[in-house]
Ligand binder design. Sequence first.
Ligand code: SAM
Length: 301
Amino acid sequence: MLFDNYGRPLNSLRIQVNAVCNFKCFFCHMEGTEENAEHLSPEEIEEVVRIASLKGVNRIKFTGGEPLIRRDLEEIITRTRKHIKGDISLTTNGFFLESRAKSLKEAGLDRINISLHSLHKNRFRIITGNEGISSVEKGIDAALEAGLKPVKINFVVLNGLNTDEIDEMMMFAAEKGAILQFIEYETDRNGENTEDFRRYHYDLRNIEKRLKDKIVGVSYNSLHHRKKYRVNLGSREVEVELVMPMRNPDFCNNCTRLRVTSKGQFQTCLNRKDQVFSFRGEKNIEKIMEEAVKAREPYWR
Ligand code: SAM
Protein backbone atom coordinates (compact mmCIF):
# COMPACT_ATOMS: atom_id res chain seq x y z
CA MET A 1 0.00 0.00 0.00
CA LEU A 2 1.16 3.55 -0.75
CA PHE A 3 0.99 6.33 1.83
CA ASP A 4 1.50 10.04 1.34
CA ASN A 5 3.59 12.20 3.65
CA TYR A 6 0.53 12.86 5.82
CA GLY A 7 -0.06 9.19 6.56
CA ARG A 8 -3.03 8.91 4.20
CA PRO A 9 -3.21 5.58 2.35
CA LEU A 10 -4.11 5.35 -1.32
CA ASN A 11 -7.04 3.03 -1.87
CA SER A 12 -9.10 4.66 -4.58
CA LEU A 13 -8.74 6.09 -8.10
CA ARG A 14 -11.13 8.67 -9.54
CA ILE A 15 -10.80 8.23 -13.27
CA GLN A 16 -11.98 10.92 -15.66
CA VAL A 17 -12.82 8.97 -18.83
CA ASN A 18 -13.40 12.13 -20.88
CA ALA A 19 -13.54 15.89 -20.44
CA VAL A 20 -16.51 16.76 -22.64
CA CYS A 21 -20.15 16.90 -21.58
CA ASN A 22 -23.57 17.32 -23.17
CA PHE A 23 -24.64 19.46 -20.18
CA LYS A 24 -23.25 22.89 -19.34
CA CYS A 25 -23.72 23.24 -15.57
CA PHE A 26 -22.52 26.78 -14.83
CA PHE A 27 -20.75 25.73 -11.63
CA CYS A 28 -18.96 22.68 -13.01
CA HIS A 29 -15.39 22.12 -11.84
CA MET A 30 -14.80 19.51 -14.59
CA GLU A 31 -12.98 17.41 -11.98
CA GLY A 32 -10.23 20.01 -11.74
CA THR A 33 -9.40 20.02 -15.46
CA GLU A 34 -10.29 22.06 -18.54
CA GLU A 35 -12.67 20.80 -21.20
CA ASN A 36 -10.67 18.91 -23.84
CA ALA A 37 -11.09 16.09 -26.36
CA GLU A 38 -8.37 13.76 -25.10
CA HIS A 39 -9.17 10.44 -23.51
CA LEU A 40 -7.40 7.23 -22.60
CA SER A 41 -8.19 3.98 -24.42
CA PRO A 42 -9.73 1.04 -22.54
CA GLU A 43 -6.31 -0.67 -22.66
CA GLU A 44 -4.58 2.36 -21.15
CA ILE A 45 -7.19 2.59 -18.39
CA GLU A 46 -6.85 -1.12 -17.65
CA GLU A 47 -3.10 -0.78 -17.35
CA VAL A 48 -3.24 2.05 -14.84
CA VAL A 49 -5.93 0.20 -12.86
CA ARG A 50 -3.84 -2.99 -12.89
CA ILE A 51 -0.80 -1.18 -11.55
CA ALA A 52 -2.85 0.67 -8.94
CA SER A 53 -4.48 -2.56 -7.80
CA LEU A 54 -1.05 -4.06 -7.12
CA LYS A 55 -0.38 -1.03 -4.91
CA GLY A 56 -3.49 -1.55 -2.80
CA VAL A 57 -6.18 0.35 -4.72
CA ASN A 58 -9.47 -1.49 -4.34
CA ARG A 59 -12.08 1.01 -5.45
CA ILE A 60 -12.61 2.91 -8.67
CA LYS A 61 -14.91 5.80 -9.51
CA PHE A 62 -15.47 6.73 -13.15
CA THR A 63 -16.37 10.30 -13.96
CA GLY A 64 -16.09 12.85 -16.80
CA GLY A 65 -16.98 15.09 -18.56
CA GLU A 66 -19.91 12.86 -19.17
CA PRO A 67 -18.75 9.24 -19.06
CA LEU A 68 -21.76 7.87 -20.95
CA ILE A 69 -20.74 9.81 -24.05
CA ARG A 70 -18.19 7.02 -24.39
CA ARG A 71 -19.63 4.00 -26.16
CA ASP A 72 -16.84 1.84 -24.75
CA LEU A 73 -17.54 2.50 -21.07
CA GLU A 74 -18.82 -1.06 -20.63
CA GLU A 75 -15.52 -2.37 -22.01
CA ILE A 76 -13.61 -0.09 -19.64
CA ILE A 77 -15.62 -1.44 -16.70
CA THR A 78 -15.15 -5.07 -17.77
CA ARG A 79 -11.40 -4.52 -18.01
CA THR A 80 -11.37 -2.77 -14.62
CA ARG A 81 -13.32 -5.57 -12.95
CA LYS A 82 -10.52 -8.01 -13.78
CA HIS A 83 -8.26 -6.21 -11.30
CA ILE A 84 -10.61 -4.69 -8.74
CA LYS A 85 -12.47 -6.79 -6.18
CA GLY A 86 -13.94 -3.78 -4.38
CA ASP A 87 -16.34 -1.09 -5.38
CA ILE A 88 -16.62 0.17 -8.97
CA SER A 89 -18.90 3.18 -9.33
CA LEU A 90 -19.85 5.84 -11.86
CA THR A 91 -20.97 9.45 -11.70
CA THR A 92 -23.16 10.55 -14.59
CA ASN A 93 -25.68 13.21 -15.52
CA GLY A 94 -28.04 10.34 -16.35
CA PHE A 95 -29.11 11.64 -19.75
CA PHE A 96 -27.96 8.54 -21.69
CA LEU A 97 -28.49 6.10 -18.86
CA GLU A 98 -31.85 4.54 -19.63
CA SER A 99 -30.50 2.36 -22.44
CA ARG A 100 -27.15 1.62 -20.74
CA ALA A 101 -27.96 0.84 -17.10
CA LYS A 102 -28.33 -2.90 -17.68
CA SER A 103 -25.19 -3.29 -19.77
CA LEU A 104 -23.18 -1.27 -17.26
CA LYS A 105 -24.35 -3.53 -14.46
CA GLU A 106 -23.54 -6.61 -16.52
CA ALA A 107 -20.08 -5.24 -17.24
CA GLY A 108 -19.37 -5.14 -13.50
CA LEU A 109 -20.52 -1.73 -12.28
CA ASP A 110 -21.64 -1.90 -8.63
CA ARG A 111 -23.28 1.42 -7.98
CA ILE A 112 -24.04 4.78 -9.53
CA ASN A 113 -24.35 8.46 -8.70
CA ILE A 114 -26.76 10.41 -10.87
CA SER A 115 -26.64 14.20 -10.79
CA LEU A 116 -29.97 15.96 -10.50
CA HIS A 117 -29.96 19.53 -9.26
CA SER A 118 -33.63 20.35 -9.73
CA LEU A 119 -36.91 18.55 -10.22
CA HIS A 120 -38.35 21.48 -12.16
CA LYS A 121 -38.01 21.58 -15.91
CA ASN A 122 -37.19 25.28 -16.26
CA ARG A 123 -34.71 25.35 -13.44
CA PHE A 124 -33.13 22.15 -14.65
CA ARG A 125 -32.57 23.88 -17.99
CA ILE A 126 -31.17 27.03 -16.36
CA ILE A 127 -28.72 24.97 -14.29
CA THR A 128 -27.63 22.41 -16.90
CA GLY A 129 -28.34 24.14 -20.23
CA ASN A 130 -30.24 20.99 -21.22
CA GLU A 131 -33.91 20.17 -21.66
CA GLY A 132 -33.56 16.50 -20.81
CA ILE A 133 -34.90 16.22 -17.26
CA SER A 134 -37.27 13.41 -18.23
CA SER A 135 -34.39 11.40 -19.71
CA VAL A 136 -32.52 11.75 -16.41
CA GLU A 137 -35.54 10.57 -14.45
CA LYS A 138 -35.88 7.58 -16.76
CA GLY A 139 -32.18 6.94 -16.23
CA ILE A 140 -32.68 6.85 -12.45
CA ASP A 141 -35.50 4.32 -12.85
CA ALA A 142 -33.42 2.20 -15.21
CA ALA A 143 -30.49 2.18 -12.76
CA LEU A 144 -32.76 1.00 -9.94
CA GLU A 145 -34.28 -1.62 -12.18
CA ALA A 146 -30.86 -2.88 -13.31
CA GLY A 147 -29.95 -3.51 -9.67
CA LEU A 148 -27.19 -0.91 -9.37
CA LYS A 149 -26.94 -0.48 -5.63
CA PRO A 150 -27.11 1.98 -4.18
CA VAL A 151 -28.36 4.60 -6.59
CA LYS A 152 -27.30 7.96 -5.23
CA ILE A 153 -28.68 11.28 -6.40
CA ASN A 154 -26.09 14.06 -6.45
CA PHE A 155 -27.77 17.35 -5.66
CA VAL A 156 -25.44 20.35 -5.64
CA VAL A 157 -27.12 22.87 -3.37
CA LEU A 158 -27.23 26.32 -4.98
CA ASN A 159 -28.33 29.19 -2.79
CA GLY A 160 -31.60 30.74 -3.97
CA LEU A 161 -31.69 28.55 -7.04
CA ASN A 162 -32.68 25.14 -5.67
CA THR A 163 -32.59 25.57 -1.88
CA ASP A 164 -36.39 25.51 -1.83
CA GLU A 165 -36.30 21.96 -3.24
CA ILE A 166 -34.51 20.33 -0.31
CA ASP A 167 -37.62 18.68 1.15
CA GLU A 168 -38.97 17.79 -2.26
CA MET A 169 -35.69 16.12 -3.21
CA MET A 170 -35.65 14.08 -0.01
CA MET A 171 -39.15 12.81 -0.71
CA PHE A 172 -38.23 12.11 -4.35
CA ALA A 173 -35.21 10.04 -3.26
CA ALA A 174 -37.24 8.26 -0.58
CA GLU A 175 -39.95 7.30 -3.05
CA LYS A 176 -37.40 5.98 -5.52
CA GLY A 177 -35.43 4.10 -2.88
CA ALA A 178 -32.30 6.15 -3.65
CA ILE A 179 -29.78 7.84 -1.37
CA LEU A 180 -29.67 11.62 -1.58
CA GLN A 181 -26.31 13.38 -1.50
CA PHE A 182 -26.45 17.06 -0.70
CA ILE A 183 -23.23 18.43 -2.18
CA GLU A 184 -21.74 21.77 -1.22
CA TYR A 185 -20.88 24.02 -4.16
CA GLU A 186 -17.10 23.91 -3.99
CA THR A 187 -14.20 25.81 -5.43
CA ASP A 188 -10.54 26.51 -4.72
CA ARG A 189 -9.15 29.50 -2.79
CA ASN A 190 -9.16 31.72 -5.89
CA GLY A 191 -12.71 30.78 -6.80
CA GLU A 192 -14.10 31.83 -3.44
CA ASN A 193 -14.25 35.46 -4.53
CA THR A 194 -16.03 34.97 -7.85
CA GLU A 195 -19.51 36.41 -8.22
CA ASP A 196 -21.11 33.02 -8.93
CA PHE A 197 -19.60 31.41 -5.88
CA ARG A 198 -20.52 34.23 -3.54
CA ARG A 199 -24.04 34.23 -4.90
CA TYR A 200 -24.78 30.51 -5.03
CA HIS A 201 -22.64 28.94 -2.31
CA TYR A 202 -24.83 27.53 0.47
CA ASP A 203 -23.58 26.35 3.85
CA LEU A 204 -24.88 22.81 4.28
CA ARG A 205 -24.75 23.11 8.06
CA ASN A 206 -28.09 24.90 7.59
CA ILE A 207 -29.52 21.65 6.24
CA GLU A 208 -28.13 19.73 9.21
CA LYS A 209 -29.79 22.19 11.56
CA ARG A 210 -33.09 21.89 9.75
CA LEU A 211 -33.02 18.11 9.78
CA LYS A 212 -31.99 17.85 13.42
CA ASP A 213 -35.34 16.72 14.80
CA LYS A 214 -35.93 14.28 11.97
CA ILE A 215 -32.62 12.42 12.16
CA VAL A 216 -33.05 8.85 13.36
CA GLY A 217 -29.51 7.57 12.72
CA VAL A 218 -25.99 8.84 11.97
CA SER A 219 -23.02 7.05 10.41
CA TYR A 220 -19.94 7.95 8.38
CA ASN A 221 -18.71 7.25 4.87
CA SER A 222 -15.04 6.34 5.24
CA LEU A 223 -13.90 8.32 2.17
CA HIS A 224 -13.66 11.93 3.37
CA HIS A 225 -15.38 11.02 6.63
CA ARG A 226 -18.71 12.22 5.25
CA LYS A 227 -21.79 12.20 7.44
CA LYS A 228 -24.71 9.95 6.59
CA TYR A 229 -28.10 10.44 8.16
CA ARG A 230 -31.29 8.46 8.20
CA VAL A 231 -34.06 11.03 8.05
CA ASN A 232 -37.66 10.41 9.00
CA LEU A 233 -39.99 12.14 6.56
CA GLY A 234 -43.17 11.02 8.29
CA SER A 235 -44.53 8.55 5.79
CA ARG A 236 -41.04 7.35 4.76
CA GLU A 237 -37.36 7.37 5.67
CA VAL A 238 -34.52 8.48 3.43
CA GLU A 239 -30.75 8.17 3.66
CA VAL A 240 -29.03 11.51 3.23
CA GLU A 241 -25.30 12.20 2.85
CA LEU A 242 -23.77 15.61 3.26
CA VAL A 243 -20.65 16.38 1.25
CA MET A 244 -19.02 19.47 2.73
CA PRO A 245 -15.50 19.95 1.42
CA MET A 246 -15.09 23.72 1.70
CA ARG A 247 -12.48 24.78 4.27
CA ASN A 248 -12.93 21.37 5.88
CA PRO A 249 -9.67 19.78 7.13
CA ASP A 250 -11.54 16.63 8.21
CA PHE A 251 -12.64 16.10 4.59
CA CYS A 252 -9.08 16.39 3.29
CA ASN A 253 -7.50 14.39 6.11
CA ASN A 254 -9.70 11.46 5.15
CA CYS A 255 -9.03 11.67 1.42
CA THR A 256 -7.55 8.40 0.18
CA ARG A 257 -7.77 8.84 -3.58
CA LEU A 258 -5.73 9.85 -6.54
CA ARG A 259 -7.22 11.35 -9.69
CA VAL A 260 -6.57 10.24 -13.25
CA THR A 261 -7.31 12.88 -15.87
CA SER A 262 -8.61 12.23 -19.39
CA LYS A 263 -5.15 13.23 -20.68
CA GLY A 264 -3.44 10.43 -18.79
CA GLN A 265 -2.08 12.28 -15.78
CA PHE A 266 -2.27 11.61 -12.08
CA GLN A 267 -3.68 14.66 -10.33
CA THR A 268 -3.29 14.90 -6.58
CA CYS A 269 -6.40 16.95 -5.78
CA LEU A 270 -9.41 18.57 -7.44
CA ASN A 271 -8.01 21.95 -6.45
CA ARG A 272 -4.45 21.33 -7.63
CA LYS A 273 -4.36 21.86 -11.39
CA ASP A 274 -0.68 22.57 -10.90
CA GLN A 275 0.02 19.11 -9.47
CA VAL A 276 -0.24 16.72 -12.41
CA PHE A 277 2.05 13.82 -13.29
CA SER A 278 1.78 12.66 -16.86
CA PHE A 279 1.98 8.89 -17.39
CA ARG A 280 0.56 8.46 -20.89
CA GLY A 281 2.98 6.46 -23.03
CA GLU A 282 5.44 6.12 -20.15
CA LYS A 283 7.02 2.78 -19.25
CA ASN A 284 7.29 3.30 -15.52
CA ILE A 285 3.75 4.19 -14.52
CA GLU A 286 4.26 2.63 -11.10
CA LYS A 287 7.06 5.03 -10.26
CA ILE A 288 5.07 8.02 -11.51
CA MET A 289 2.14 6.93 -9.36
CA GLU A 290 4.41 6.72 -6.31
CA GLU A 291 5.70 10.23 -7.03
CA ALA A 292 2.16 11.58 -7.33
CA VAL A 293 1.11 9.96 -4.05
CA LYS A 294 4.13 11.43 -2.28
CA ALA A 295 3.14 14.88 -3.55
CA ARG A 296 -0.38 14.65 -2.12
CA GLU A 297 -1.19 17.10 0.62
CA PRO A 298 -4.47 18.09 2.28
CA TYR A 299 -5.76 21.22 0.52
CA TRP A 300 -7.83 22.52 3.43
CA ARG A 301 -5.90 22.23 6.68
N1 SAM B 1 -21.14 14.71 -15.95
C1 SAM B 1 -21.24 13.88 -14.81
C2 SAM B 1 -22.25 14.41 -13.80
O1 SAM B 1 -22.84 15.46 -14.06
O2 SAM B 1 -22.47 13.76 -12.79
C3 SAM B 1 -19.90 13.57 -14.14
C4 SAM B 1 -18.92 14.67 -13.98
S1 SAM B 1 -19.38 15.89 -12.78
C5 SAM B 1 -17.97 16.96 -12.82
C6 SAM B 1 -19.21 15.01 -11.23
C7 SAM B 1 -20.02 15.56 -10.06
O3 SAM B 1 -19.44 16.77 -9.62
C8 SAM B 1 -21.49 15.86 -10.38
O4 SAM B 1 -22.33 15.36 -9.40
C9 SAM B 1 -21.51 17.36 -10.37
O5 SAM B 1 -22.78 17.87 -10.05
C10 SAM B 1 -20.47 17.69 -9.31
N2 SAM B 1 -19.93 19.04 -9.39
C11 SAM B 1 -19.49 19.69 -10.49
N3 SAM B 1 -19.03 20.91 -10.18
C12 SAM B 1 -19.19 21.05 -8.85
C13 SAM B 1 -18.90 22.10 -7.92
N4 SAM B 1 -18.36 23.25 -8.31
N5 SAM B 1 -19.17 21.88 -6.62
C14 SAM B 1 -19.71 20.71 -6.21
N6 SAM B 1 -20.02 19.70 -7.03
C15 SAM B 1 -19.76 19.86 -8.33
